[in-house]
Design a protein around this ligand. Structure first.
Ligand code: BG6
Length: 499
């Protein structure tokens, strides 16, 4: 592809430096901090967006020195840093921004000293609660009690926001008690993924798609988020969550919203979130009456994944469980634009490949003049989120050369990654910097979280009342056969790149 001149500055390569800020990570030595947050901050430092003078504080309950903490972070980031020239030296400089604070949310020890040191600077202060949601309320109370919240303070919370509508309300109330809604950043890291943002750019930056983006021209939409990993060390959390709460309630529904929403009037955070909310509210309810037809849940048994033999979910857990590790469902958005267009959603652990994609399948041509020559496949727009981010349009094309008029479905690459070049930033990089800048566009507003739970809760209730166990599937396959039947009943198939 011929490189094109980017329109406007490249968001990563021209990231404006931010004034020094404070970022405090509760759960500073946890998995999320070491695997996602600190690497993301390091890259933003390396690109000059985070400047010296910024303070990054890791918080945990055990005793350790700043140097111990820096060493732990250095070990976690070393391999990543070594990938780039000068990375190791940059990492050494980055570590100087870090400090450690021992704090327990349940008691006051250390809080006074911590508060005094934080309040010594008047600047943007971000508290990232990378801890279990049961601790969010306590954290909010302590921050308030120790006078750490002012107009420039922001709080970031990870999903899951609760386990159902009622518990989400309790968390949101506790946060809302001490923070204004504009200060609360509910992260859904899928919204920070490059291709997900490109969906908005494609839909609303081009005149081409919008006239076609409706029931008259779109046959159906598929959203697949497949993972090869099992639940690993997260079983205690995962067994209480399951795929519906862990992935569908947030990531998959957010993707559905971005595909289905009406054009917002601007990029203003509320303009976009208002449109997403309308989609969530327009979803056809799934409950006792129709869950058996519209939803399939599964749980993996032993099999082969990631090139080796792996145990089943119950074996990993050490006991039987009715928690689903796979969900496929057929959703419908009840609106003029989408009437009758199914949205098939599918996600699971221990699937054959780690692939996440949104596939928009257009309708067949109304009449084929090529009868007897070859079968016409419908156009498909495939937005691949991972592993390799890309946008592809599948078109019918003539096979070049002699031999009559032969047609073939071929992919046209609409992906500009090559032209823009450089490293692909992780979603957390953008999201963390948006928090510091105070831009909530890519974060979930309270009413979105509520609307999502309102749709999810009756599905869970239907499962609970049915007493049916999740359908087994062998690790390394695309879920129970019922998931294939779900879409094939409608005369459609899962997109073959993913299936
Ligand atoms: C998290 C889920 O939100 O997303 C995990 O809790 C899941 O279970 C992860 O593995 C997937 O994220 P990504 O970016 O690797 O697709």
């Amino acid at each position: 592809m011929t490189p094109v001149a980017p329109v406007g500055p490249h968001p990563l390569h021209h990231a404006a430096p931010l004034p020094p800020f404070d970022l405090v990570i509760f759960g500073g030595s946890g998995d999320l901090a070491l695997r996602k947050l600190l690497p993301a901050l390091f890259h933003r430092y390396r690109d000059g967006q985070i400047v010296d003078g910024t303070r990054i504080v890791g918080i945990a309950r055990d005793a350790r020195s700043d140097d111990d903490y820096r060493e732990q972070v250095r070990l976690a980031l070393a391999a990543e840093a070594e990938k780039e020239a000068g990375g190791t030296a940059a990492l050494a400089d980055f570590l100087k921004l870090l400090r450690y604070q021992r704090l327990d949310l349940a008691n006051d020890g250390g809080w006074e000293e911590f508060s005094t040191s934080m309040r010594s600077e008047q600047r943007v202060r971000v508290f990232y609660l990378a801890v279990a949601p049961q601790l969010f309320a306590q954290a909010a109370q302590q921050l308030d009690k120790w006078k750490l919240i002012d107009a420039d303070t922001r709080v970031v919370v990870e999903k899951p926001i609760g386990t159902d509508r009622a518990s989400a309300d309790a968390i949101n109330d506790a946060l809302g008690h001490v923070f204004a809604e504009r200060q609360i950043f509910r992260i859904d890291h899928y919204l920070g993924k490059e291709t997900v943002q490109n969906l908005t750019a494609l839909r609303f930056g081009n005149a081409l798609f919008e006239p076609l983006w409706r029931a008259e021209h779109i046959d159906h939409v598929q959203i697949t988020v497949g993972e090869t990993v099992g639940v690993e060390g997260r079983a205690p959390y995962y067994d209480r969550a399951g795929a519906l709460r862990d992935m569908v309630q947030n990531h998959l529904l957010q993707l559905l919203c971005l595909v289905a929403m009406e054009p917002p009037t601007s990029l203003d955070a509320d303009a976009i979130r208002d449109e997403k909310l309308k989609v969530l509210r327009a979803l056809r309810p799934i409950d006792n009456a129709n869950a058996a037809q519209l939803v399939v849940r599964g749980q993996y048994r032993g099999g082969a994944a990631e090139g080796r033999a792996v145990s089943g979910y119950a074996d990993e857990l050490g006991r039987g469980s009715n928690t689903e590790t796979f969900v496929a469902l057929k959703a419908e958005v009840r609106s003029w634009r989408w009437a009758g267009v199914p949205f098939y959603l599918r996600t699971g652990k221990r699937l054959p490949s780690r692939v996440s994609e949104i596939v928009v399948t257009f309708r067949q041509v109304p009449h084929s003049i090529f009868e007897g020559v070859s079968e016409l496949a419908p156009n498909r727009l495939v937005l691949r989120l991972q592993p390799d981010e890309s946008v592809t349009m599948w078109l019918m094309n003539k096979v070049p050369g002699p031999g009559g008029l032969r047609l073939r479905h071929v992919p046209m690459d609409l992906s500009f990654a090559e032209a823009f070049g450089g490293r692909q930033a992780d979603a957390y990089e953008r999201l963390l910097m948006d928090v510091v800048r105070g831009n909530p566009m890519l974060f979930m507003r309270r009413d979105e979280v509520e609307a999502a739970w309102k749709w999810i809760d009756p599905i869970r209730a239907a499962w609970e009342s049915s007493n049916e166990a999740p359908k087994p599937y062998t690790a390394g396959t695309w879920g129970p056969s019922a998931a294939v039947a779900l879409i094939e009943r409608d005369g459609r198939t899962w997109h073959e790149d993913a299936a």
